[in-house]
Design a protein around this ligand. Structure first.
Ligand code: PLP
Length: 399
């Protein structure tokens, strides 16, 4: 009955777990929800007031397909400051979240049979969108190199059919940041083989300690005609439900994305665009400093608690707001009620026995991982992490 395309996709596992945890909580179960990929902070007053004013002023019409010119101009200014290159409004396409920006990009760049290299663990949506275009995702397993991206591993996967490399820094789910040397090496590969780089920097506002976020164009401005920058207001401004993101790319690509968007969603939400514009024009540094300080405090508290885990590797996140655990030793482990033989069973076991919702690594192309969001309130974080530690420590390897 359904199309062949329908068989290529199943629902996002991260959204699935987030929804299940919310449902259990609404039923009164004491579930700590570590599954959501969003901040639990409120939005800045600046953004709130701009949106309320926009409603009162009667902003009820369709907007320009790829966003109001003022917002695209403000994003272009921000990108010019970040990359040190000139950007214009017509190189920016505003979308309903970065998810649509990535989808538009994939639809307008890839042909059936093209290969697209994706480092794994990856954000769950990248390969699904690529498959929908008929192209093939080709994975580079960073678990083999301590979850740090190795350009030699990318080079090995490049073939005659490779069209693009997807880079996500800071990475969801591992929190790894791609450092300047590796970015430079990957840029050189892209230049040498004529590849596109899809550069997803949705978590760039959240980078800790010694790490520093770099845009690939700061390292390799020569790649300008083949880079698509993907970004979002969902994480940086706690606006996930408002759905505003963007792709910044050469004009031919943003024009093609505009054509596609004109037949799909018509335009991003008018009120949300005005809120996003206020967020850029009246940057509320106190709000952003507060959010980052809270995330960093959660990160430190969490890392301290997770030190009590036995036989589980905890990747120290340099950015983003997730802990990522390598739970290989717990799979094939013995719990009180029986054997646990894969990641999905471990996730179910944690939900049933520790009342915590986490996302299993299968969602990220890794059979040995668990993702735990620490963008939640401190008391839930502390309680929930201790429950995870105790529950995982109680799983022992069978003799
Ligand atoms: C790496 C990455 N890219 C893109 C997105 C999409 O964000 P949104 O569509 O909410 O802007 C997410 C959301 O979790 C993400 O983690």
């Amino acid at each position: 009955m359904l199309s062949q395309r329908a068989n290529l996709i199943s629902g996002s596992k991260t959204s699935g777990m987030r929804n299940l945890a919310a449902r259990l909580k609404a039923e009164g179960k004491p579930v700590v929800n570590f599954a959501a990929g969003e901040l639990d902070d409120n939005i800045s007053d600046v953004v709130k007031h701009a949106a309320i004013q926009a409603v009162i002023a009667g902003n009820n019409k369709y907007t320009e397909t790829i966003g109001i010119p003022e917002l695209r101009q403000a994003i272009a200014i921000r990108l010019s400051q970040q990359t040190g290159l000139d950007w214009s409004a017509d190189e920016v396409a505003v979308t309903a979240g970065a998810k649509q920006a990535l989808f538009n990009t994939a639809m307008m760049l890839f042909n059936p049979g093209d290969e697209v290299i994706i480092p794994a663990p990856y954000w769950t949506t990248f390969p699904t969108q690529i498959r929908l275009t008929g192209a093939l995702p080709i994975f580079v397993d960073t678990a083999l190199t301590g979850y740090v991206l190795d350009s030699a591993a990318i080079a090995e996967k490049i073939s005659q059919r490779t069209k693009a490399i997807v880079l996500n820094t800071p990475n969801n789910p591992t929190g790894s940041v791609i450092h300047a040397d590796v970015l430079g090496e990957i840029a050189a590969l892209a230049e040498q083989h004529g590849l596109w780089v899809i550069f997803d920097q949705c978590y760039s506002d959240f980078v800790y300690a010694e790490a520093q976020h770099l845009n690939i164009l700061q390292i390799a401005p020569n790649l300008r005609s083949r880079v698509v920058i993907i970004d979002s207001f969902s994480k940086s401004h706690a606006l996930a439900g408002w759905r505003v993101g963007y792709a910044a790319a050469p004009k031919a690509l943003t024009a093609a994305c505009s054509n596609l968007q004109s037949h799909t969603t018509s335009n991003p939400n008018a009120i949300a665009q005005i809120g996003a514009l206020a967020a850029l024009e009246h940057y509320d540094s106190r709000y952003h400093e507060k959010v980052l300080a809270r995330l960093n405090a959660n990160r430190q508290l969490g890392l301290q608690i997770l030190q009590s885990l036995r036989d589980v590797e905890v990747i120290t996140p340099e950015g983003g707001f997730y802990f990522y655990l390598n739970i290989r030793c717990k799979i094939n482990g013995q719990a009180a009620e029986g054997q646990i033989s894969n990641c999905a069973q471990l996730v179910e076991h944690l939900l049933a026995n520790a009342q915590v919702a986490v996302v299993g690594g299968e969602a990220f192309g890794d059979l040995n991982g668990l993702r735990i969001s620490y963008a939640i309130n401190e008391s839930d974080l502390e309680q929930g992490l201790w429950r995870i530690v105790n529950c995982l420590n109680a799983i022992v390897e069978p003799r």
